[in-house]
Design a protein around this ligand. Sequence first.
Ligand code: BGC
Length: 370
Amino acid sequence: MKLKKIIAVAMASTMMLAMTACGNTPAPAADNTTTDTPAADNTAAPAADNTAADATAAAAQDADAAAATVGEGGNIGVCIYKFDDAFMTTYRNALQEILEGKGYTVTVMDGKNDQAEQNNQINNFIAQGVDALIINPVMTSAADQIIATVKDAGVPTVLINREPTAEQMGVYDKLVYVGCDARQSGTMQGELILDTANKGDINGDGKVSYIMIQGDPENIDAQYRTEFSVKALTDAGMEVEELDLQRGDWDRNKGQEIAQNDLAKFGDEIEVVFCNNDDMAIGALQAIQAAGRTVNEDIYLVGVDALDAALNEVANGNMTGTVLNDAQGQAQGAVDAMEALLGGKTYAEGEQSIYVDYVKVTPDNVSNFQ
Ligand code: BGC
């Protein structure tokens, strides 16, 4: 009963805000995408604006105490696998900004890369009676348990960034995954290499010799990017030689260490450094430069995410390219899906993954992303 009212009020505010947006109200702070990251505890949403408040008041015709407390648009719990992740920091800031901009009360928790910790956070959110959850699981392998928990509590849930299987999601119809198809980003990384003058075969020996610096191998993004980047080369008829494949867990320092060791071991044999994400690529770049190698002359380097630092390096010619992992688009998609769920939409098995496209970033188009 209370929940329904919360949803009705939230929807009324949303509708009114959407109508406002269709009018002449400019989008909030378009030039300032990074917000202060609030502490993991509780962040009260700023009062949306007077329009939203009016809408709320109008919608709650039979206003009582319950309705009065939900004028902000409902309580949303957000679980991030760990705050100390460059890409997920951009993502969670975007998510928080969009949700708060819509007048929701948002609490964002740091899972600290510990699934047990995140399970507690999810249980606490449920005990607090949140209206919806947005969860970036710590472990993809914990999906069954997470889904069973939110299903049991009946909380509409959007999973992000770590995709479970269609079968796993199929057990709960108020659950959606919003993310990207990592096969696409892997393929684009391969294409970035194929687009170079010698298709990655710098020394002309008939094969592309590469090292692969992988993210957390438990993560489907890491698995697919690893597979499909190389597949793009072999599909194009290139011969490949894998000199090394190591897990760098999405981490800049590990990317630097792996590249440093491999450069010492394989030297000029390395023609391509594939990194499953940009943070590791930035680390690898430090090692490449320290070894006296020059990207795009005697070695190629590609990442994924389009972090600001990587965009700068692509523009400077210190990275061959990257692939935009659209944090803003995914955050918007997650909020849209959450609102659809709050509005009563349900999803059948096989229709629960919503994808946002990746985009190839090269020196030619990098300025569009900066
Ligand atoms: C991003 C990585 C990030 C990972 C976290 C991936 O999609 O490319 O940068 O570390 O998600 O799960």
